[in-house]
Design a protein around this ligand. Structure first.
Ligand SMILES: [Zn+2]
Length: 287
């Protein structure tokens, strides 16, 4: 099937959200009525949920079991609405690495034991050499994988020093710039103090100008750089949010500014092992 996984996944959540939203709108309408609490909850209990796709009474079923997302129509005469996805799996490389290291150690001790057996002729020599040779490729295969993963993780922790262009650890760079920032703040305060204490007008201005220069050219840069080191991505993003008017049930779209900070390493170290797949993507209404 050539349906795009991300597109279908987003469709699935849109249908699910719309289904919930319809229910919430209906519930809120009842809550606003001038009735007793009991009468209201009775009405809410009796609400007939409708399928978003065919409007059939009985609603829909959305399930998330065993990494399968499935949405179907639950009306008495169900429509053909059917979205089913195999959810992609992200593996934490750190956990994976630990498992492989254990595995590697096991193979290593196996090899050593077999070597000892060979030395002391405890087993039939040919059998031992055979088994020893069988283990070797597996050992090197896993070792290469562990080395790769370690290198990958190590590189993710490094960055280029803008001054020397050397690869350095982010944590070291952070310490260095943080110290630089502290010194610049001290210098900034010194100049402010000198300006404040000076009796000569020209000197007062000169110290103040120096302080401002330090602030603009050094302190702000240091702060920005520190953010860059810590956060790979730090920006204001516009995001569209659908807003449902609780009274009319009408939807409108609004733009919101959201400060996005994604901490470095978290996203980069996770990687996808199993891709997601679309099993079924059937619906009639546009959403
Ligand atoms: Zn339906």
């Amino acid at each position: 099937m050539e349906d795009n996984y991300q597109d279908v996944l987003s469709k699935y959540y849109k249908f699910k959200a719309k289904y919930e939203e319809q229910y919430n709108v209906a519930k809120n309408k009842i809550k606003k009525k001038n009735l007793s609490k009991e009468a209201k909850s009775e009405m809410i209990r009796n609400l007939k949920r409708k399928c978003v796709n065919c409007e059939g009474e009985g609603g829909m079923l959305f399930t998330n079991e065993g990494r399968i997302l499935k949405g179907i129509c639950n009306a008495k005469k169900p429509c053909k609405f059917n979205i089913e996805l195999n959810v992609e799996r992200c593996v934490d490389i750190k956990l994976d690495l630990e498992k492989e290291r254990d595995n590697l150690e096991e193979i290593m001790s196996d090899i050593i034991i077999r070597k000892l057996h060979l030395l002391f002729e405890l087993e039939d020599e040919e059998v031992t050499i055979d088994e020893f040779n069988k283990l070797k490729p597996e050992y090197f295969e896993i070792k290469a994988m562990v080395d790769d993963a370690e290198e990958y993780m190590d590189n993710a922790k490094k960055m280029r020093d803008p001054e020397t262009n050397d690869l350095v650890y982010r944590s070291e760079m952070y310490k260095k710039i943080n110290l630089q920032l502290k010194n610049n703040i001290t210098e900034f305060k010194d100049n402010l103090k000198k300006s404040y204490l000076s009796e000569v007008q020209n000197q007062k201005k000169a110290f103040l100008k120096d302080a401002m220069d330090i602030y603009v050219t050094k302190i702000l840069n240091d702060q920005k750089f520190l953010r860059d080191i810590k956060y790979k991505y730090c920006d204001v993003e516009k995001t569209q949010v659908e807003i449902v008017d609780k009274q009319t049930g009408q939807t409108s779209t609004k733009n919101f500014n959201v400060m996005v900070q994604k901490e470095f390493l978290q996203k980069d170290i996770n990687y996808t092992r199993e891709n997601g797949g679309v099993v079924s993507n059937i619906y009639d209404v546009s959403i």
